[in-house]
Design a protein around this ligand. Structure first.
Ligand SMILES: Nc1ncnc2c1ncn2[C@@H]1O[C@H](COP(=O)(O)OP(=O)(O)OP(=O)(O)O)[C@@H](O)[C@H]1O
Length: 502
């Protein structure tokens, strides 16, 4: 009965802990994810909590019994002969010292073992997650070798840990075993002096053995506890980590025009603090205009839009929305005002309907379909046998690049943000698909402030303002309309006429 009760309790505790951990992780800032592997984080949610649960159950079911037994037998020993029991007590400090120092070493070792183990899980997760690339390079065997090396490292560390836990138990049992010697020595002396009957010594010895057994099982549990404590420490380290940028808190604006300004912004990614990506970056985007960010790879275009979404905070300077520093705005509210269409939109493994509804969870079915029509997606969706219920994403029907984009556009139409960030796909779609996507985008962009990371010539030419970014990094090389920039005959002009590298 108590085992079932503890089982239920353990499972509930583990489930709550998993949710708390997942929630703490997903609320972290982007800088955190720059330095953490997602597959390693998943391993933590799975294995660390598992270990914690397992030990909790063991400690409750067996620990309580062992503790009661130890207390009972010590009381019994005290009752039989207080002086002998006190003499026995001198071996306790030794046990305590071993427990403290060796225990601390074991905890460090166990933590290290956990880290190595999740790295090996991470390696497997990465291989499976990038299976397309792995297969395209026929690199399956290479990946297996990588995993094997990681798994062997994990096995080695775990073996070392198991060895030391064994040794720890051995040392504690030997010290416990020395109890008999102490009893025999002192007890013998007491019998010789006539303070104790031989029969009394005999029953005392028997009681010592019972105490020994319960102490030994407590020792086993302590080993287990040390392992679980390392796991719990890792879990709570994350649960208690405060993100640099919170998800909530700050002001919201009653209405939004959608005017954006970057003022003297300097920025370096926290993960690579010595590489300045933006330096004294200034850009004003009037509400309702389209600004094309262009420039060579690595010139900082994505960084500009990440700062607008407040995935990171600038080191110096500020980003303003309708004249308000976005640091003062509620990040969730801010992100609700911004729509984002990625180069290769990622879909969740759920129905097309749910994927579109990700833009606004309370949208009705009619609104979802209306958005899909505006996004030129309704037709291809209707051709699927299950229509809007077709499951897409990781384990669902595969969609073409253009279809994915149109689903993302439909989600953005539903969201209806004032500001739109568009990361144009670099790979060209076929003409028909391209036309459908472009038409949908034109509808979506109408009446919004749009920041587009532009790769297509037509997007660039039609933009209200072209921002040409380039080397040295973080600098705007040129800024203006297509006509103005062509007339300048500078870097932009060269890009068009000579195809020069900027
Ligand atoms: N998460 C990150 N952590 C550290 N450095 C980064 C990170 N993302 C980008 N960088 C670095 O910042 C610089 C600017 O990158 P960014 O992605 O903004 O360029 P981009 O102009 O968008 O390039 P592309 O056109 O290739 O996407 C690059 O040198 C890049 O290596």
């Amino acid at each position: 009965m108590h085992i079932s009760l503890v089982g239920v309790l353990g499972e509930r505790m583990a489930a709550r802990l998993r949710v708390r951990l997942y929630s703490a992780l997903i609320h972290q800032d982007m800088a955190f994810f720059d330095i953490s592997k997602s597959s390693e984080l998943v391993a933590r949610v799975a294995t660390d909590v598992q270990e914690f649960k397992h030990t909790f159950k063991q400690c409750v079911t067996q620990g309580l019994r062992a503790m009661t037994e130890v207390t009972g037998s010590v009381l019994h020993l005290l009752h039989l002969s207080p002086s002998l029991t006190l003499a026995l007590g001198i071996s306790m400090p030794a046990l305590y010292l071993i427990g403290t120092f060796y225990g601390a070493y074991l905890r460090r070792l166990s933590r290290h073992a956990k880290e190595v183990e999740s790295t090996s899980m991470g390696t497997a997760g990465e291989g499976l997650g990038n299976v397309r690339t792995v297969k395209a390079y026929a690199a399956e065997d290479r990946e297996v070798e990588l995993f094997q090396a990681a798994a062997e490292r994990a096995a080695k560390t775990n073996t070392k840990l198991a060895f030391h836990i064994g040794l720890f138990r051995g040392v504690t049992s030997t010290s416990i075993g020395s109890m008999i010697l102490i009893v025999l020595y002192y007890g013998g002396a007491q019998v010789a002096m006539g303070h104790m009957e031989p029969g009394e010594l005999m029953s005392y010895l028997m009681a010592t053995q019972a105490a020994q057994r319960s102490l030994a099982s407590l020792g086993v549990l302590v080993g287990q506890y040390i392992k679980a404590k390392a796991a719990a420490q890792r879990v709570f380290e994350f649960i208690h980590r405060t993100p640099l940028i919170p998800t909530r808190g700050g002001q919201t604006l009653p209405s939004l025009r959608g005017e954006i300004e970057f003022s003297k912004v300097a920025f370096a990614y926290p993960a690579r603090a010595d590489q300045v990506v933006l330096n004294n970056f200034n850009l004003a985007v009037p509400a309702g205009t389209v600004v094309a960010l262009c420039g060579s790879s690595g010139s900082g275009k994505t960084t500009v839009v990440s700062l607008l979404e407040r995935f990171y905070d600038p080191r110096f300077g500020k980003v303003l929305l309708d004249g308000v520093n976005i640091r003062d705005l509620d990040p969730t509210w801010l992100r609700e005002q911004i729509g984002y269409i990625a180069q290769q939109p990622a879909l969740f493994s759920s129905s097309i309907r749910e994927n579109i509804r990700y833009g606004r969870p309370d949208a009705t079915d009619e609104e979802v379909e209306e958005a899909a029509k505006l996004a030129n997606a309704h037709e291809f969706i209707s051709h699927f046998p299950s229509g809007y219920e077709t499951v897409v994403g990781e384990r669902g029907t595969a969609l073409s690049g253009g279809q994915r984009q149109r689903i993302a556009i439909a989600a953005a139409i539903l969201k209806n943000p004032r500001v739109l960030i568009l990361d144009e796909a670099t790979s060209a779609l076929d003409n028909q698909s391209e036309r459908l996507v472009q038409e949908a985008l034109d509808r979506l962009m109408k009446g919004r402030t749009v920041l587009v990371i532009a790769h297509r010539l037509t997007t660039i030419q039609n933009a209200d303002l072209i921002v040409l970014m380039g080397k040295p990094q973080g600098k705007i090389l040129e800024m203006g309309t297509h006509a103005q920039l062509m007339a300048r005959r500078g870097a932009y002009y060269k890009l068009h006429h000579v195809g020069a590298d900027i």
